[in-house]
Design a protein around this ligand. Sequence first.
Ligand SMILES: [Zn+2]
Length: 195
Amino acid sequence: MRAGFPDFRLGNVLATSFTGTLTERRGNAVERIPTPQRLVDWLAANGLAVDSCTPAQLELARELRESIHAAATAAATQDALPAAAVQVINDCSIRGRAAAVLTPEGRRQWRLGSASCVEDALSVIAADAISIIAGERDGKLALCASPTCRAAFFDTSRSRTRKWCEMNTCGNREKKARFNAGRRENGTAARAGAV
Ligand SMILES: [Zn+2]
């Protein structure tokens, strides 16, 4: 991790990990890919190493990110998909060149086009978003219950009742808030009882 930048929140679903590079969207938003180099770092951490990134490519990446967020949110709430977002996702999916290859250990890796450019990596992310929004994978898109977050996440729990994008962050914060609210209520009740 590079000093001075917000750390990454890496999940196991590529497309929603990518939308998670902007957190607390309804609160004090935290941009986790604030510079082109941080996008390079994020892509490398997700098996999509690229040679370099320009400010324009970072802009494109953020446009894709917000489009995935918009389309995934619509899918989670069963609203019509926003046409502009679908267009961006499709353009990114079509534009890049990437191929899945199988390692000798039986794992999938992504081989980007000869130039290993950001557009190739974005096409992999766009295709991942398409597969979850289209309902092709085992799971369900949902929105985080935290009012300051509302991140779209892919719920693969058996019961499909996950409430938070991440237990470590939003889940724990909500639990603590409820615990403190409970203590305040109990405190008030105890004082009222004493009078
Ligand atoms: Zn959340």
